[in-house]
Design a protein. Structure first.
Length: 104
């Protein structure tokens, strides 16, 4: 099987982009893999501009190169996920209920 097809099909199975899968695949078989997939499949991550996504990819790749311990990476991923979710909540327009003023 062609690697392009393999990466694309694998990414589709996790509902993430091919680039995201290529970053996450480096962590396959570790306790961090599921957290990385959860981060990449979140709607808040997908709504980020491409430049911001690349920064996160680079940081996760850097952790792998430096062979950081899994506890450190798990904490970083949890913090990143929380920040992305809070950014997403800030973007959601708040609905206000208008009070109906009755004429008496």
């Amino acid at each position: 099987m062609n690697y392009f097809v393999y990466y694309t099909l694998s990414a589709w199975s996790y509902h993430i982009s091919r680039a995201s899968f290529m970053v996450a695949k480096k962590w396959w078989g570790t306790s961090v893999f599921d957290q990385i997939i959860a981060l990449f499949s979140s709607s808040s991550f997908k709504s980020l501009p491409r430049e911001e996504q690349l920064k996160i990819y680079d940081q996760i790749n850097q952790f792998k190169k430096e062979e950081k311990n899994f506890l450190f990476v798990e904490k970083w991923l949890a913090t990143c996920f929380e920040q992305l979710e809070s950014m997403q909540l800030e973007k959601v327009p708040r609905l206000t209920l208008k009070k109906n003023k009755r004429k008496e």
